[in-house]
Design a protein around this ligand. Structure first.
Ligand code: ADP
Ligand code: MG
Length: 299
C-alpha cells in the first residue's frame, strides 16, 4: 500500500517547557481513515500543525509521499481544515468556493461537484452568513476537496455541532473515504474515532499509547497489566511470546496487548519458568472505551 505520510520520533517543546509531542511515530497509508485520539492538550493539533508546516518541530521527522516532493509541493496534495472555516459572510457558497478556485487555479466546475458531495448544492446561492455551523463545516470540507487532494486532514471536525450536524459530518467523512480519499482526523471523542476511523493513534500528554487498527483495539483478546522488579527482563520475555502483540510501559506498570488468546495462569507460568516473578497480574477485557479510559487515565 502506498505511503502518504511517515512521522518518525517527532517532538515539540513549546517555550523550552511544554513537551507537547513526545517521540510520536506513525505511518499513513493510502485509503485508510486515521484518527488521532486523545484528551484535550494531548498534542493532536500540534502534531497536525507540524506536518502541515505551520508549527516548527523541535526534533524528529516527517515525510510526505515517501519524500518524492519537497514539503511545499507535497502540501498542494493535502486538503486540511485545522481552524474554523474562514469565508466571506456576504458572499454565497458558490462565490466563496469560486474565489478559492481562482486563487488556487482550479476549474470552476469543481465547485458544483464538491457542493453536491457535501450536500450543499441546493444552497449554493445562500450567503455564507446564513449557514448553520454544520453547513459552514461542510462548506469548509468542500473547499478543502476542490483540488482533489490525496488526503483530507480535519481537526475536531464535529466540535460545537448539534447531534444532527455531527451525524452529517461523520457520514460525509465516511462517504469521502469510500471514494478513495485518505483521511486523518484529530478528535477527543472516542465514539467518533470508533465510528469513523479504521486506524487510531492514541495520545496522552504527547505520548503515543497505542497505534494500530481500531479493530485491533476492539479485539476481545484483552490485555494484561503486570508489575515486576525486573521490567527489562519482563519486556524481553514478553516479546518472545507468540500471543503478545504489543507492550507498553507506563511508570511501573507493563501493559501487554494480545493478538491470540492467553489466560492469566498460562502467562504467569510462562513468565515464572523464564525467571520472572510478578508482583501484579490482572487480565482486562478491552472494549475500545475501556481501553481508552485505561490508557488515558491521568493518575
Ligand atoms: P490537543 O490538540 O490534543 O488538544 P494541543 O496540540 O493543542 O493539544 O496542545 C498540546 C500541548 O501544547 C498543551 O499543553 C498546550 O497547552 C500546548 N501548546 C499548544 N500550542 C502552544 C503554543 N503555541 N505555545 C505554547 N504551548 C502550546
Ligand atoms: Mg486540538
Amino acid at each position: 500500500m502506498e505511503t502518504i505520510l511517515t512521522i518518525t520520533n517527532l517532538n515539540k517543546i513549546f517555550n523550552k517547557r511544554v513537551h507537547a509531542v513526545k517521540n510520536v511515530s506513525f505511518e499513513i497509508k493510502k485509503g485508510n481513515v486515521y484518527g488521532i485520539l486523545g484528551p484535550n492538550g494531548s498534542g493532536k493539533s500540534t502534531t497536525l500543525g507540524i506536518v502541515l508546516n505551520v508549527v516548527n518541530k523541535t526534533s524528529g521527522d516527517y515525510q510526505w509521499f515517501n519524500g518524492s516532493l519537497p514539503t511545499h509541493e507535497a502540501l498542494k496534495k493535502v486538503g486540511a481544515i485545522i481552524e474554523r472555516p474562514n469565508f466571506y459572510p456576504y458572499m454565497t457558497a458558490e462565490e466563496n468556493l469560486k474565489l478559492v478556485c481562482k486563487i488556487k487555479g482550479i476549474p470552476y466546475s469543481k465547485v458544483f461537484e464538491k457542493l453536491e458531495l457535501v450536500g450543499l448544492l441546493e444552497r449554493k446561492d445562500s450567503k455564507f452568513r446564513t449557514f448553520s455551523l454544520g453547513m459552514k463545516q461542510r462548506l469548509a470540507i468542500a473547499s478543502a476537496l476542490l483540488n482533489d487532494p490525496e488526503i483530507l486532514i480535519l481537526d475536531e471536525p464535529t466540535n460545537g455541532l448539534d447531534p444532527q450536524g455531527i451525524r452529517q459530518i461523520r457520514d460525509l467523512i465516511k462517504l469521502i473515504a469510500s471514494q478513495g480519499t485518505t483521511i486523518l482526523l484529530a478528535s477527543h471523542l472516542l465514539d467518533e474515532v470508533e465510528k469513523v476511523c479504521s486506524h487510531v493513534v492514541v495520545l496522552r500528554y504527547g505520548e503515543t499509547l497505542y497505534h494500530g487498527a481500531v479493530d485491533g483495539m476492539l479485539s476481545n483478546e484483552g490485555f494484561f497489566e503486570l508489575k515486576s522488579d525486573n521490567i527489562v527482563l519482563l519486556k524481553e520475555r514478553l516479546q518472545k511470546h507468540t500471543a503478545v502483540k504489543d507492550i507498553k510501559i507506563e511508570e511501573d506498570k507493563v501493559f501487554v496487548y494480545l493478538k491470540d488468546h492467553l489466560e492469566a495462569d498460562e502467562l504467569n507460568q510462562y513468565l515464572f519458568e523464564n525467571g520472572i516473578i510478578l508482583q501484579h497480574l490482572v487480565k482486562r477485557k478491552n472494549s475500545l472505551e475501556e481501553q481508552f479510559l485505561q490508557l488515558t487515565k491521568t493518575n
